[in-house]
Design a protein around this ligand. Structure first.
Ligand SMILES: Nc1nc2c(c(=O)[nH]1)N[C@H]1C(S)=C(S)[C@@H](COP(=O)(O)OP(=O)(O)OC[C@H]3O[C@@H](n4cnc5c(=O)[nH]c(N)nc54)[C@H](O)[C@@H]3O)O[C@H]1N2
Ligand SMILES: Nc1nc2c(c(=O)[nH]1)N[C@H]1C(S)=C(S)[C@@H](COP(=O)(O)OP(=O)(O)OC[C@H]3O[C@@H](n4cnc5c(=O)[nH]c(N)nc54)[C@H](O)[C@@H]3O)O[C@H]1N2
Ligand SMILES: [Mo]
Length: 686
């Protein structure tokens, strides 16, 4: 029996969790915490369960060719050679007939890592063979990136914080951040627990009383989804009314704060954003808002940890911008134990090489939330006429907004191919499905979302003929195009890893490979601390050298639910990475609708009933789960249920528990970012 370091490299907010696998006879017997990582950086149950994911009997173990209608789930096994020849020919034909931009790269972060990065590898292959249409930004954080890049300019990439700085916090605000369930880094949970042991109060602003809140013994501030900006304005109003804003301090660090304050006080539009005004919109009592403003200003310092949820709403850009304004207004910006209000993953990881995407300068671009519209509409609304899809490590038919539209888009294609481990809805709608190797079958370097460390994993288990790494698949396709040398640069997978390490800051590579973790020197970075301490000496990479809070507002909140309508949230599940879980029993996989007990009673719904949920976009059914931990007027249907089982497949089948049957591809006003929370729906017995 040998013990080797491993990590998942899946897209669940850690990306790099230090695990240790016990391997014997070509099997992983057990996965535990890697002690070399120390007590703080830790994996979760999904990682400890990685061997089951790998061993699942549901894994696709041979290349597949579609034999029935798209979406029917009817496939026949074919050889690797035939599959790769068909993919090559399909793409070559598409390029010849419709141009390079007729191929859409629909890959996602199914696998992350320095080498086995599904999105980067797909782009590399498509870029080397002529180019394609790519998706801009991400479902994750497009609105925040948009707003924060404007606020911080070139310094957006160093505006986060290391979790260890929480040791200096006196008050921690989790704003739509459910970090023990929807992980935002492998170190936050242990650091938060430690802060609680020191007696530091933690407040969770969330429409749901989450397990994070319960586990930490945090206070709950319930709020309607998509209305956070109203509460943020009112906090700024109250801070101003209490004389708690040091204008000289703020104006030395921010441009445009005066205009923001004029809006908040009502000087510019006649509506003071008082706590009473906000209470009617966000459902938080005025006294509570007044109290929170005072606590925020009194604590030295207050750490604001925004989740990504609050920017996956109609006012997403504004919520991101106001987080920054709040930290500036309260003097907590850029100090250890405080935060800039930016996303926590905005600090560099240790220097290390990674696979390049090649030259993408000829590519056409589409906002991610609009990919199905781009297929269905084409020019002049979108830059290219898309006829083919290449997808590796993504299940966008299910995970993108508006599943019905996504199915129509797939149905309209000439050709679609994906690499998958499981027969997902997206795979079901492809022409060719290529079986991908699991995380345990790939050597790689893990680069975390948040944290100053790197992980290493050797290939823990061999690959059979039934699965290939995404890299191998692309290399074989490149070979068919006469591009193998260009794609591989003559390197094997292992040689790439060595090259990345040579280009890295890791001194003792042997120890790194053996222990599986390397820590960068400074573990307590407070983003933009230099600028915050001395803005004159360390100006930001913006036009003014300061944080830019432009005089514009991106407010489009729906406000309190009215009449028959509920506001839907579609959060992450603790036990799943997005829609993954093809290895779970269906009953576990299918999400239930969480609804407040009193709302359910008013609708005549009992636990276990089937509810019909409808939005302007579409409808879905889900089993009812009664809850005392969700705000009245709000319902929660987690993301990730597959919209239909492969066998139930085709058109007409009503999606079961699929939240994206209800979401729209419209996107937020300014940056066209997805809106996955605060969606107006009606609920009744099916
Ligand atoms: N277990 C697990 N963890 C993950 C992932 C996963 O798939 N599984 N995915 C990772 C990825 S890719 C990402 S981008 C991040 C996303 O991380 P987040 O976007 O932060 O995660 P969500 O679960 O969508 O939302 C977090 C919390 O916000 C609450 N919420 C929803 N809407 C609102 C709102 O309008 N206002 C407020 N105040 N709260 C709201 C929800 O009830 C939920 O408890 O998570 C990462 N972590
Ligand atoms: N309603 C709603 N929808 C959402 C969200 C939400 O909050 N609510 N969140 C959004 C967010 S933040 C995100 S990031 C997206 C995520 O959307 P996706 O990226 O589509 O998420 P996954 O379901 O994780 O799909 C990844 C797929 O990759 C496969 N895979 C795993 N490892 C490998 C590998 O090594 N190689 C290959 N080829 N495949 C592999 C998995 O089996 C899985 O099917 O979803 C978005 N959709
Ligand atoms: Mo994400």
């Amino acid at each position: 029996m040998s013990k080797v370091p491993v990590f998942c490299g899946r897209d669940c907010g850690g990306d790099a969790c230090p695990l240790l696998a016990e391997v014997e006879g070509g099997k992983v017997l057990q996965i535990t915490h890697n002690p070399a990582a120390g007590p703080y950086v830790r994996g979760c149950a999904k990682g400890f369960d990685l061997a089951h994911f790998h061993d699942s009997p549901e894994r696709i173990k041979t290349p597949l060719l579609r034999t029935g209608p798209r979406g029917s789930g009817e496939f026949a096994p074919i050889s690797w050679d035939e599959a790769l020849d068909r993919v090559h020919r399909g793409l070559v034909n598409c390029r010849a007939l419709h141009g390079d931009a007729s191929i859409l790269c629909l890959s996602s972060a199914g696998s992350t890592g320095a080498l086995h990065n599904t999105e980067r590898l797909t782009r590399r292959y498509l870029n080397f063979s002529g180019g394609c249409t790519v998706l801009d930004a991400s479902y994750s954080s497009a609105a925040a990136s948009y707003a924060l890049k404007r606020a911080f300019g070139g310094d957006y990439g160093r505006s986060g914080f290391d979790a260890a700085t929480m040791a200096k916090s006196s008050f921690i605000v989790l704003w739509g951040a459910n970090v023990l369930e929807a992980r935002l880094g492998a170190e936050l949970p242990a650091r938060l627990a430690e802060a609680r042991r020191r007696g530091v109060p933690v407040l969770s602003i969330d429409p749901r009383r989450t397990r994070t809140l319960a586990a930490l013994g945090a206070e709950w501030l319930p709020i309607y989804p998509g209305t956070d900006v109203a509460l943020m304005y009112a906090l700024l109003f109250q801070l101003h009314r209490d004389g708690r804003i040091d204008r000289r301090y703020v104006e030395a660090r921010a441009a445009g704060f005066g205009e923001l304050l004029d809006f908040v006080t009502g000087a510019s539009d006649g509506t003071p954003k008082t706590p009473e005004w906000a209470a009617a919109i966000c459902g938080v009592r005025a006294e509570t808002i007044v109290g929170l403003a005072r606590r925020w200003a009194d604590a030295e310092p207050t750490m604001l940890i925004p989740g990504y949820s609050i920017q996956r709403t109609e006012s997403g850009e504004e919520a991101a911008r106001l987080c920054v304004a709040l930290q500036l207004a309260t003097g907590n910006f850029g100090i250890p134990g405080g935060s800039t209000g930016s996303l926590n993953n905005r600090l560099p990881a240790p220097r290390v090489g990674s696979i390049g995407e090649g030259d993408g300068s000829r590519n056409a671009h589409v906002p991610i939330v609009r990919w199905a519209d781009a297929i269905l509409e084409g020019p002049p609304n979108y830059p290219s006429r898309i006829r083919a899809i290449y997808s590796a490590g993504g299940n966008f038919l299910n995970q993108g907004a508006d599943i019905a539209k996504n199915r129509r888009a797939f149905a309209a294609l000439d050709f679609a191919v994906c690499h998958e481990l499981f027969m997902t809805p997206t795979a079901c709608w492809c022409d060719i499905v290529l079986p991908a190797a699991s995380p345990l079958q790939k050597e790689d370097i893990g680069i975390p979302w948040a944290g100053n460390y790197l992980l290493y994993k050797p290939q823990a288990l061999p690959r059979g003929d039934g699965e290939r790494s995404d890299y191998e698949i692309f290399a074989a396709l490149a070979e068919r195009a006469g591009l193998r040398g260009a794609f591989t640069e003559g390197r094997s997978e292992s040689q790439w890893i060595d090259a990345f390490l040579e280009a890295s800051e890791v001194g003792d590579i042997e120890t790194f490979k053996r222990e599986g973790i390397y820590f960068g020197a400074d573990q307590e970075r407070a983003g933009l601390a230099d600028f915050a301490a001395d803005p004159g000496a360390f100006p930001l990479g913006t036009a003014s050298g300061k944080v830019e809070l432009e005089d514009r507002r991106w407010t489009a909140w729906k406000g309190a639910p009215g009449g028959e309508a509920f506001l839907l949230v579609t959060p992450k599940r603790m036990d799943r990475v997005h829609s993954q879980g093809g290895d779970y029993p269906r009953a576990v996989r299918e999400n239930r609708l969480e609804i407040n007990v009193e709302d359910a009673a008013a609708l005549g719904l009992a636990a276990g009933d089937l509810a019909l949920i409808e939005s302007v976009t579409g409808k879905t059914t889900a089993e009812v789960a009664l809850s005392g931990s969700i705000v009245r007027g709000v319902v929660s249907l987690p993301e990730g249920s597959w919209f239909a089982e492969p066998s139930a497949g085709g058109e007409g089948a009503l999606p079961a528990g699929a939240s994206n049957a209800l979401t729209s591809t419209e996107g937020t006003l300014e940056s066209r970012s997805c809106v996955m929370h605060g969606v107006a729906v009606t609920v009744r017995k099916a």
